[in-house]
Design a protein around this ligand. Structure first.
Ligand code: CTP
Ligand code: MG
Length: 238
């Protein structure tokens, strides 16, 4: 049983607005791709990491990854072009994994400080349960439903709500079948594009379990997140 990890890094990073795709932005001197790849290639047991990037940046990505390909490593690395939507990028990544990867972790490059312990927690739970597993954190703020003008309608009970993160883990066949189904079955009228893989699996009728998430798995979305991630990084010490 070896891991396949799909690192999705093919988004345009429009909300960050850094003038380049987010995954290629540096946090304290190192790109998000490098930070994620270092953590993933430190995981015990080895496997295959495929990094999904905008096609024109494939060469640059290989150069960034060269530092993680040493002869003694249990990890193989590859780069593959992404799609227009996140779920397309994931699908291309899963298709690029070798046969032996029977458990797949899908991770956003935009979560550069995610600790190795979270990857291990998710992978262990997938193996234990043979189900899909995602990291989740309780929602701490009071939640309100508002109308288009921002007028409050009501407070929403937050007890049954969680905020979810990546890496999300899946038995490989289950994830591949769910993505195939998404591609072949027309979505219900008004259905949005799925924003995570757990949603893809649920649309195919699969059960998704949760494990505790990590504050360090925070996603870089807007410029304010850069400040927050730098603070989290500095709080970790040298
Ligand atoms: N992603 C991807 N392919 C896409 C869209 C997103 O690989 N077509 C990846 C992003 O690179 C990111 C992760 O999915 O690591 C989460 O997506 P998001 O935070 O939305 O990143 P972007 O799409 O790059 O940002 P934005 O939506 O602001 O343009
Ligand atoms: Mg996006």
């Amino acid at each position: 049983a070896r891991l396949g990890v799909v690192l999705v890094a093919a988004g345009r990073g429009e909300r960050l607005g850094a003038g380049k795709p987010k995954a290629f932005v540096e946090l304290a001197g190192e790109t998000l791709i490098e930070r994620c790849a270092r953590t993933i290639t430190s995981l015990p047991g080895g496997g295959h990491l495929v990094v999904v990037v905008p096609e024109e940046l494939a060469g640059e990505t290989l150069a960034l990854l060269a530092q993680f390909t040493d002869a003694g490593s249990l990890w193989e690395l590859s780069v593959t072009p992404g799609g227009r939507e996140r779920h397309e990028s994931v699908r291309f990544g899963v298709d690029a994994l070798p046969e032996y990867a029977d458990v797949v972790l899908v991770h956003d490059a935009a979560r550069p400080l995610t600790p190795a312990a979270l990857f291990e927690r998710v992978a262990t739970e997938v193996r234990r349960t043979a189900a899909s597993v995602i990291p989740a954190l309780p929602v701490v703020d009071t939640l309100k439903r508002v109308d288009a003008n921002g007028v409050v309608h009501e407070t929403v009970d937050r007890a049954p709500l969680v905020a979810v993160q990546t890496p999300q883990g899946f038995p490989r066949e289950l994830l591949a079948a769910a993505h195939d189904r998404l591609g072949s079955v027309s979505a219900p009228v008004g259905a949005e594009q799925p924003t995570d893989d757990a949603e893809v699996v649920q649309r195919a009728g699969g059960t998704v379990l949760t494990v505790p998430g990590e504050a360090l798995a925070h996603k870089l979305t807007t410029p304010g997140d850069l400040t927050l991630l730098l603070a989290l990084l500095n709080a970790q010490g040298p």
